[in-house]
Design a binder for this molecule. Structure first.
Ligand code: BG6
Length: 285
């Protein structure tokens, strides 16, 4: 099937859930468990164009997070989210969940952007069931170790970011991008949103919960082999500055991202694989 912009996508509809998965960026752009409103936020202003990231859903971030250190001209958040991935397999699990596996390998453009290393493969295994499970595998097929950052940059749909709380990160250290990258420590409290929030929490394997009284649900985000969690809401001014994001959309989303970035950047040895896993599910409140 094709979605907006003629981009090919899987449209999965089962008794358990509905989902859209684009080959562009291996991007999950919709996930709704049966009887539940969409769990992922999608901007109505998103581009759906080759070479441009999709705004919302779950962008795959690799091999660097944010701007590339020492190279201001490099694309923000790397190149995985703007490449067209190859379909590797699709299968149905005994419980009725559907697993789609997509693959990305180096080409001339990624070599030009990243240089060495140039012998790797990414696999993104997405399982759509009552929960959404995503497993991002990085394999080093070369003879030298390499360093990289990666994240599943998940945008969650919320009733109003000003009324939700994010639990799971108390007493955790973070870099505050909205305050000159100062290193701070979360207090003994949940995260609440009263201004632009752009934080990279490090050294945390904890699950997070978005408590949303307005939608009467909790979104539970569990993870494995991930030591960083990024929490982001652009608030008013940044929303206005983003061309592919509506000026009034910021209250309806919050990103809680599973990854390995900054202090937790990965080193992948020759022949080694690393799999970051996250599972997203809803609970009634
Ligand atoms: C977040 C970053 O993960 O992504 C923010 O922490 C950034 O700093 C945001 O603004 C969106 O990035 P982009 O490149 O998709 O506009």
């Amino acid at each position: 099937m094709t979605g907006p912009g003629g981009l090919p996508r899987y449209e999965i509809t089962t008794p358990l859930a509905e989902a859209h998965i684009y080959l562009h960026g291996a991007h999950v752009a919709q996930f709704a468990p049966a009887g539940e409103s969409p769990v992922l936020f999608m901007s109505a202003q998103s581009w759906f164009r080759p070479g441009k990231p999709i705004r919302g859903g779950v962008p795959v971030i690799f091999p660097w997070f944010g701007p590339r250190q020492g190279d201001a001209s490099a694309p923000a958040h790397g190149f995985a989210r703007t490449r067209s991935w190859a379909a590797e397999s699709i299968s149905q699990q005994p419980d009725g969940a559907v697993t789609v596996t997509l693959r990305l390998e180096p080409d001339e453009e990624t070599r030009a952007l990243w240089g060495e290393p140039n012998d790797w493969v990414l696999r993104h295994r997405i399982t759509v069931g009552a929960a959404l499970t995503m497993e991002l595998e990085i394999e080093n097929r070369g003879g030298m170790p390499f360093r990289c950052e990666e994240a599943l940059h998940t945008y969650f749909a919320v009733s109003d970011v000003q009324n939700v709380a994010v639990h799971g990160l108390k007493n955790t250290e973070y870099y505050d991008k909205a305050d000159g990258m100062q290193r701070k420590r979360q207090g003994n409290d949940a995260i609440r949103f009263t201004a632009e929030t752009d934080r990279t929490y490090v050294n945390t394997a904890a699950a997070c919960v978005i408590d949303d009284p307005g939608l009467r649900r909790r979104i539970v985000i569990e993870k494995a082999a991930s030591d960083s969690t990024i929490v982001w809401n652009p608030w008013i001014a940044k929303a206005k500055a983003m061309q592919d994001f509506g000026d009034d959309e910021w209250p309806r989303m919050v990103c809680v991202e599973t990854g390995n970035v900054a202090d937790n950047a990965l080193e992948i040895g020759p022949g080694a694989r690393h799999v970051t896993k996250t599972t997203v599910r809803c609970e009634a409140r």
